[in-house]
Ligand binder design. Structure first.
Ligand code: HEC
Length: 196
Protein backbone atom coordinates (compact mmCIF):
# COMPACT_ATOMS: atom_id res chain seq x y z
CA UNK A 1 0.00 0.00 0.00
CA UNK A 2 2.74 2.39 1.08
CA UNK A 3 4.96 1.25 -1.68
CA UNK A 4 2.17 1.64 -4.20
CA UNK A 5 1.31 5.10 -2.95
CA UNK A 6 4.86 6.39 -3.09
CA UNK A 7 5.46 4.79 -6.49
CA UNK A 8 2.29 6.41 -7.70
CA UNK A 9 3.37 9.73 -6.24
CA UNK A 10 6.76 9.47 -7.86
CA UNK A 11 5.18 8.58 -11.16
CA UNK A 12 2.76 11.44 -11.05
CA UNK A 13 5.59 13.80 -10.17
CA UNK A 14 7.50 12.60 -13.23
CA UNK A 15 4.39 12.96 -15.36
CA UNK A 16 3.73 16.42 -14.01
CA UNK A 17 7.35 17.42 -14.66
CA UNK A 18 7.12 16.14 -18.23
CA UNK A 19 3.88 18.03 -18.80
CA UNK A 20 5.40 21.25 -17.46
CA UNK A 21 8.48 20.79 -19.62
CA UNK A 22 6.34 20.08 -22.68
CA UNK A 23 4.21 23.14 -22.13
CA UNK A 24 7.27 25.31 -21.50
CA UNK A 25 8.68 23.97 -24.72
CA UNK A 26 5.43 24.77 -26.54
CA UNK A 27 5.52 28.29 -25.15
CA UNK A 28 9.13 28.76 -26.24
CA UNK A 29 8.17 27.55 -29.73
CA UNK A 30 5.22 29.92 -29.90
CA UNK A 31 7.31 32.84 -28.62
CA UNK A 32 9.92 32.23 -31.33
CA UNK A 33 7.21 31.94 -33.98
CA UNK A 34 5.60 35.15 -32.75
CA UNK A 35 8.87 37.03 -32.90
CA UNK A 36 9.53 35.84 -36.46
CA UNK A 37 5.99 36.74 -37.54
CA UNK A 38 6.14 40.21 -36.01
CA UNK A 39 9.38 40.99 -37.82
CA UNK A 40 8.01 39.89 -41.20
CA UNK A 41 4.64 41.59 -40.66
CA UNK A 42 6.50 44.85 -40.11
CA UNK A 43 9.18 44.52 -42.77
CA UNK A 44 7.17 43.20 -45.73
CA UNK A 45 4.52 45.97 -45.79
CA UNK A 46 7.20 48.61 -45.08
CA UNK A 47 9.26 47.43 -48.07
CA UNK A 48 6.22 47.40 -50.34
CA UNK A 49 5.18 50.82 -49.12
CA UNK A 50 8.61 52.18 -49.96
CA UNK A 51 8.54 50.72 -53.49
CA UNK A 52 5.04 52.16 -54.00
CA UNK A 53 5.89 55.62 -52.69
CA UNK A 54 9.06 55.74 -54.81
CA UNK A 55 6.95 54.91 -57.86
CA UNK A 56 4.31 57.51 -56.95
CA UNK A 57 7.08 60.12 -56.74
CA UNK A 58 8.72 58.98 -59.96
CA UNK A 59 5.85 57.96 -62.28
CA UNK A 60 2.69 59.18 -60.52
CA UNK A 61 -0.19 57.32 -58.91
CA UNK A 62 -1.58 55.71 -62.09
CA UNK A 63 1.73 54.07 -62.83
CA UNK A 64 2.09 53.02 -59.17
CA UNK A 65 -1.19 51.08 -59.47
CA UNK A 66 0.38 48.71 -62.02
CA UNK A 67 3.57 48.52 -59.96
CA UNK A 68 1.51 47.49 -56.95
CA UNK A 69 -0.30 44.87 -59.02
CA UNK A 70 2.98 43.19 -60.00
CA UNK A 71 5.19 44.01 -57.03
CA UNK A 72 2.85 43.21 -54.12
CA UNK A 73 2.45 39.50 -54.94
CA UNK A 74 6.06 39.29 -56.18
CA UNK A 75 7.52 40.73 -52.96
CA UNK A 76 5.30 38.52 -50.78
CA UNK A 77 6.46 35.48 -52.75
CA UNK A 78 10.13 36.42 -52.42
CA UNK A 79 9.81 37.05 -48.66
CA UNK A 80 7.96 33.75 -48.38
CA UNK A 81 10.69 31.81 -50.20
CA UNK A 82 13.37 33.43 -48.05
CA UNK A 83 11.66 32.98 -44.67
CA UNK A 84 9.66 29.76 -45.05
CA UNK A 85 6.45 31.54 -43.99
CA UNK A 86 3.24 31.62 -46.03
CA UNK A 87 2.64 35.35 -46.59
CA UNK A 88 -0.34 37.14 -48.12
CA UNK A 89 -2.59 40.14 -47.70
CA UNK A 90 -6.33 39.90 -47.16
CA UNK A 91 -9.22 42.32 -46.85
CA UNK A 92 -12.95 42.26 -46.12
CA UNK A 93 -13.20 44.55 -49.19
CA UNK A 94 -10.61 42.97 -51.41
CA UNK A 95 -9.14 44.48 -54.53
CA UNK A 96 -7.13 41.48 -55.67
CA UNK A 97 -9.74 38.74 -56.29
CA UNK A 98 -7.50 36.30 -54.38
CA UNK A 99 -7.22 38.45 -51.25
CA UNK A 100 -10.31 36.88 -49.65
CA UNK A 101 -9.95 36.04 -45.95
CA UNK A 102 -10.72 32.56 -44.59
CA UNK A 103 -12.95 32.14 -41.52
CA UNK A 104 -10.20 32.82 -38.93
CA UNK A 105 -8.91 35.82 -40.89
CA UNK A 106 -12.42 37.20 -41.36
CA UNK A 107 -13.12 37.04 -37.63
CA UNK A 108 -9.82 38.81 -36.90
CA UNK A 109 -10.54 41.54 -39.49
CA UNK A 110 -14.01 42.09 -38.04
CA UNK A 111 -12.49 42.44 -34.57
CA UNK A 112 -9.87 44.91 -35.91
CA UNK A 113 -12.71 46.94 -37.50
CA UNK A 114 -14.63 47.06 -34.23
CA UNK A 115 -11.55 48.13 -32.27
CA UNK A 116 -10.62 50.83 -34.83
CA UNK A 117 -14.19 52.13 -34.78
CA UNK A 118 -13.92 52.34 -30.98
CA UNK A 119 -10.89 54.59 -31.37
CA UNK A 120 -8.05 52.18 -30.52
CA UNK A 121 -4.70 52.65 -32.25
CA UNK A 122 -4.57 50.16 -35.13
CA UNK A 123 -0.76 50.07 -35.08
CA UNK A 124 -0.98 47.53 -32.27
CA UNK A 125 -3.65 45.25 -33.75
CA UNK A 126 -2.47 41.68 -34.14
CA UNK A 127 -3.91 38.21 -33.72
CA UNK A 128 -2.22 34.83 -33.44
CA UNK A 129 -2.94 31.23 -32.69
CA UNK A 130 -1.45 27.77 -32.97
CA UNK A 131 -3.85 25.40 -34.68
CA UNK A 132 -3.56 21.63 -34.78
CA UNK A 133 -5.07 19.71 -37.67
CA UNK A 134 -4.61 15.92 -37.88
CA UNK A 135 -1.67 16.13 -35.47
CA UNK A 136 0.08 18.84 -37.50
CA UNK A 137 0.68 22.17 -35.81
CA UNK A 138 0.56 25.48 -37.58
CA UNK A 139 1.22 28.96 -36.22
CA UNK A 140 -0.93 31.71 -37.70
CA UNK A 141 -0.46 35.43 -37.33
CA UNK A 142 -2.19 38.58 -38.60
CA UNK A 143 -1.32 42.25 -38.34
CA UNK A 144 -3.72 45.02 -39.32
CA UNK A 145 -2.85 47.44 -42.15
CA UNK A 146 -4.57 50.73 -41.48
CA UNK A 147 -5.25 53.57 -43.87
CA UNK A 148 -2.70 56.37 -43.75
CA UNK A 149 -2.60 59.48 -45.88
CA UNK A 150 -0.69 58.06 -48.89
CA UNK A 151 -3.10 55.10 -49.10
CA UNK A 152 -6.05 57.39 -49.88
CA UNK A 153 -4.89 58.08 -53.45
CA UNK A 154 -5.79 54.48 -54.31
CA UNK A 155 -8.15 53.36 -51.51
CA UNK A 156 -9.97 56.57 -50.51
CA UNK A 157 -13.29 58.07 -51.54
CA UNK A 158 -13.99 59.80 -54.88
CA UNK A 159 -12.53 62.98 -53.35
CA UNK A 160 -9.12 61.34 -52.94
CA UNK A 161 -8.96 58.91 -55.88
CA UNK A 162 -8.42 60.88 -59.08
CA UNK A 163 -10.62 59.85 -62.05
CA UNK A 164 -7.64 58.54 -64.06
CA UNK A 165 -6.55 56.44 -61.06
CA UNK A 166 -10.07 55.08 -60.61
CA UNK A 167 -10.14 54.21 -64.30
CA UNK A 168 -6.82 52.35 -64.10
CA UNK A 169 -7.97 50.41 -61.03
CA UNK A 170 -11.26 49.51 -62.73
CA UNK A 171 -9.38 48.26 -65.80
CA UNK A 172 -7.06 46.03 -63.75
CA UNK A 173 -9.59 45.00 -61.07
CA UNK A 174 -13.14 45.03 -62.47
CA UNK A 175 -14.51 43.66 -59.17
CA UNK A 176 -12.54 46.02 -56.91
CA UNK A 177 -14.06 46.62 -53.48
CA UNK A 178 -11.00 48.40 -52.04
CA UNK A 179 -12.05 52.07 -52.21
CA UNK A 180 -14.15 54.39 -50.05
CA UNK A 181 -11.81 54.26 -47.07
CA UNK A 182 -10.95 57.10 -44.71
CA UNK A 183 -7.94 57.68 -42.47
CA UNK A 184 -7.47 55.22 -39.61
CA UNK A 185 -9.80 52.54 -40.95
CA UNK A 186 -8.56 49.00 -41.39
CA UNK A 187 -7.76 48.42 -45.03
CA UNK A 188 -6.85 44.76 -44.45
CA UNK A 189 -4.11 42.69 -42.90
CA UNK A 190 -0.94 40.85 -43.64
CA UNK A 191 -1.45 37.21 -42.78
CA UNK A 192 1.31 34.70 -42.05
CA UNK A 193 1.43 30.96 -41.43
CA UNK A 194 4.10 28.42 -40.72
CA UNK A 195 4.15 24.74 -39.76
CA UNK A 196 5.63 24.29 -36.32
C1 HEC B 1 -0.67 53.49 -56.04
C2 HEC B 1 -1.90 52.93 -55.54
C3 HEC B 1 -1.94 52.30 -54.18
C4 HEC B 1 -1.55 52.89 -53.00
C5 HEC B 1 -0.95 54.26 -52.77
C6 HEC B 1 -1.86 51.90 -51.97
N1 HEC B 1 -2.40 50.77 -52.52
FE1 HEC B 1 -3.08 49.14 -51.51
N2 HEC B 1 -3.48 48.22 -53.27
C7 HEC B 1 -3.28 48.78 -54.53
C8 HEC B 1 -3.47 47.76 -55.53
C9 HEC B 1 -3.33 47.94 -57.03
C10 HEC B 1 -3.77 46.56 -54.82
C11 HEC B 1 -3.98 45.17 -55.40
C12 HEC B 1 -2.63 44.48 -55.39
C13 HEC B 1 -2.66 43.04 -55.80
O1 HEC B 1 -3.12 42.74 -56.91
O2 HEC B 1 -2.22 42.20 -55.00
C14 HEC B 1 -3.75 46.91 -53.42
C15 HEC B 1 -4.01 45.98 -52.42
C16 HEC B 1 -3.93 46.25 -51.08
C17 HEC B 1 -4.17 45.28 -50.03
C18 HEC B 1 -4.44 43.79 -50.22
C19 HEC B 1 -5.85 43.41 -50.15
C20 HEC B 1 -6.64 43.67 -51.41
O3 HEC B 1 -7.64 44.37 -51.28
O4 HEC B 1 -6.26 43.20 -52.50
C21 HEC B 1 -4.00 45.93 -48.86
C22 HEC B 1 -4.17 45.33 -47.46
C23 HEC B 1 -3.65 47.29 -49.17
N3 HEC B 1 -3.62 47.46 -50.52
C24 HEC B 1 -3.37 48.25 -48.22
C25 HEC B 1 -2.83 49.49 -48.53
C26 HEC B 1 -2.38 50.43 -47.52
C27 HEC B 1 -2.50 50.23 -46.01
C28 HEC B 1 -1.86 51.50 -48.20
C29 HEC B 1 -1.16 52.72 -47.62
C30 HEC B 1 -0.03 52.47 -46.75
C31 HEC B 1 -1.99 51.23 -49.63
N4 HEC B 1 -2.59 50.00 -49.78
C32 HEC B 1 -1.62 52.10 -50.63
C33 HEC B 1 -2.95 50.09 -54.79
C34 HEC B 1 -2.46 50.98 -53.86
Amino acid sequence: MNFKTSAFKRLSRVALGAAVLLSLHAHADEAAMLEGARTLATDVPANLSKVLMDEVAKGGVVSAVSVCKDKAPEMAKAASAKSGWGIRRVSLNNRNPKAVPDAWERAALEEFDRRAAAGEDAATFEKYTTVETDGRKEFRYMKALSVKKPCLACHGTAQDVKPEVAEKIKALYPDDKGTGYSLGQIRGAITLRKAG
